[in-house]
Design a binder for this molecule. Sequence first.
Ligand SMILES: *C/C=C(C)/C=C/C=C(C)/C=C/C1=C(C)CCCC1(C)C
Length: 127
Amino acid sequence: AALIMIGLGYPGEITADPMLRAASGLAGMIPFIYLVGILFTEFSRVTKEQYKEVQGLIHAAKWLIVVTWCFYPAVYFFPLLGWSGSSAEVALQAGYTIADITAKVGLGLLIYAIARRKTEIENHRAA
Ligand SMILES: *C/C=C(C)/C=C/C=C(C)/C=C/C1=C(C)CCCC1(C)C
């Protein structure tokens, strides 16, 4: 679904035609909504199977993914609001960069925190 989402969004990203951008972006929204739905249900299901001490962190990871992923289509649709030229391009690239840093670095730190917490719990139980 992620590959299909990127594949559908790509033609709109490299065109100057606003109609193609809109159609391509809307088509990409279909697998996106499917993915976010899966993320939500699966995260909620597996969170219950984890130690109580890490459930809050996993919950935070779920929300970080959902919120940061919504940045991408929002930024993608920027140029369709009638904004054009170099400032629109800079806004677009800045938007994607902020989304990338938050989604990747933020999620990486949360995963690290979850792994540490679980290791602490398991070491404590083994001792
Ligand atoms: C680290 C990179 C991440 C998390 C990238 C996520 C990208 C998306 C969620 C992209 C979504 C798009 C749509 C929903 C519509 C079509 C255009 C895209 C590909 C920007």
